[in-house]
Write a protein that binds this ligand. Structure first.
Ligand SMILES: [Zn+2]
Length: 136
């Protein structure tokens, strides 16, 4: 069995995650059957992989809980349109969020809903500053 030490947000510690695929994770999505996933067998949460890269089983980040996934989706709904619409380059936006939270920000590396909420508040003020023309 292929296992890998990954931080699991559900368990609150590093776990020996098990490599599996979309057949187990998304049984109703046969388009995802070939994709690799790392699953924590203790809490049954899982994380996807950088499957389009050479190292296709490299995890995207830590293993999130469903609540954390929802918080991250909220964050993406707020920040993705900003760089997608060209209001600010993606790199600069992430740099602004990182500055606001005091360390480098990566959505996939967030470990708790609280952590995402803090970054979300920062992102909101950045978005507001852009909207008021105070930031280019
Ligand atoms: Zn777990």
């Amino acid at each position: 069995m292929n296992t890998r030490e990954i931080y699991c947000c559900g368990c609150g510690r590093e776990v020996a995650a098990r490599l599996t695929d979309g057949v187990e994770i998304y049984p109703h999505r046969d388009d995802l059957y070939d994709l690799p996933f790392w699953k924590c067998d203790t809490c049954e949460n899982f994380v996807g992989c950088h499957h389009k890269t050479k190292d296709r089983t490299r995890p995207l980040g830590c293993i999130p809980t469903p609540e954390l996934k929802r918080a991250r989706m909220r964050m993406h709904a707020l920040i993705d349109p900003v760089w997608q619409d060209g209001k600010m380059p993606r790199g600069k936006l992430y740099a602004e969020i990182s500055k606001g939270i005091g360390r480098e920000y990566h959505t996939a590396e967030t470990r708790s809903v609280e952590e995402v909420d803090i970054a979300y508040a920062v992102a909101k003020s950045v978005v507001a500053a852009i909207a008021s023309g105070g930031m280019r």
